[in-house]
Design a protein around this ligand. Structure first.
Ligand code: NAP
Length: 307
């Protein structure tokens, strides 16, 4: 499908793997980067995009007044209050915007019944920020999409994820990894896929923003849904021959035995205990990236991976 000519984009969270990937995909689009520190020089060469210093948490002043589209991979609980301040302190500047794409998290769905206080607090912060951003944009008739991705992985330029790469490091260190059976379902999304979806929606938003058939809130995952154990096996297979991660044996225990063995963790850290229990939970069923992009599905893992 031919997309309309892209509006200029102001990108927040450029120093994340997804932000790096978006900068690479958005070559040819007018792009300005806003944040506390400039992104590293692009790995693909050429000049880095112009940089506007902006601390989203700085309550005094905006730091700058962007136009065009806002795309954010920064924490939504910092971005949403900043957008609200922009709308109230510079209504004319705000009215010139064409749309907002903000990244939240699928945790707002998957952790809403968490027993530990840390995760409950996270859900509350995400939910409040999503509501604030929705209200601000609705009050000014500004098109909005909130992306709620699950597990983001992969490498873009010099930046890599800190979740699947940590699992890979664990596989390198351990001879044996116990699992609750095959584990629950996962739908990891590569940072490049997330960036591609954000950019695609950014291009569509100025023309389709008023289309109320399109949901504002978009839970988003990768194109493959697989068990926790299959995800680890595919990660092992994606390492170089001779990589110690390949040698780690995945030990499928009966889920009840696994839970009994994990129980002492509850005394050390209820948050970690719950994270271990979640290995058996299904955290999938989100819209696959390829469906939005209208492209063929990409099997897990999409490369490159963080080392
Ligand atoms: N990692 C995951 O698996 C996962 C899963 C679901 C959703 N998400 C969401 O996906 C997005 C990217 O996640 P991530 O883990 O890669 O990054 P992150 O750690 O959540 O966000 C870091 C980014 O936000 C910017 N930032 C933070 N505070 C800021 C402030 N006060 N002012 C300006 N910029 C600020 C940082 O810029 P500086 O360079 O200034 O530090 C950095 O670029 C986030 O919205 C996150 O909530 C992540």
């Amino acid at each position: 499908m031919a997309l309309p000519a892209p509006a200029p984009i102001t990108l927040f969270g450029a120093t994340t793997p997804s932000g790096q990937a978006l900068m690479e995909l958005a070559r040819g689009t007018q792009l300005v980067v806003a944040g506390r520190r400039p992104p590293q020089s692009p790995a693909w060469g050429g000049d880095p995009p112009p940089f506007l210093p902006c601390d989203l948490d700085h309550a005094n002043g905006l730091g700058m007044a962007p136009s065009g589209l806002l795309v954010s991979f920064a924490p939504i609980w910092s971005f949403a209050p900043w957008v609200a301040r922009y709308a109230s302190t510079d209504p004319l500047g705000f009215a010139s915007l064409q749309g907002v794409i903000a990244c939240s998290s699928s945790s707002v769905i998957t952790k809403r019944f968490a027993a530990n206080g840390f995760d409950r607090g996270l859900v509350q912060r995400l939910r409040q920020a999503e509501e604030q951003l929705t209200l601000t944009c609705a009050a000014h008739g500004l098109p909005l999409r909130i992306l709620a991705p699950t597990l983001i992985y992969g490498q873009a330029g010099p930046l890599g994820d800190r979740n699947l790469s940590k699992l890979r490091q664990l596989l390198r260190r351990l001879p044996l990894l116990p699992l609750p059976g095959e584990g629950g379902l996962r739908q990891p999304i590569h940072c490049r896929q997330l960036a591609a979806v954000a950019l695609h929606l950014a291009h569509l938003l100025p023309s389709s923003g008023g289309d109320h058939a399109q949901p504002v809130h978009l839970p988003l995952g990768g194109d493959d849904t697989l068990t926790y154990a299959s995800m680890l096996r595919r990660l092992q297979d994606a390492t170089e021959p001779g990589d110690p991660a390949r040698g780690c044996r995945l030990l499928a225990l009966p889920p009840r035995l696994f839970q009994i063995l994990a129980a002492p963790l509850l005394l050390l850290s209820p948050k970690f205990f719950e994270a271990v229990l979640r290995m058996g939970a299904d955290l999938a069923g989100f819209t696959p990236a390829h469906r939005i992009l209208g492209a063929p599905p990409e099997p897990f893992p999409v490369l490159p991976l963080a080392p």
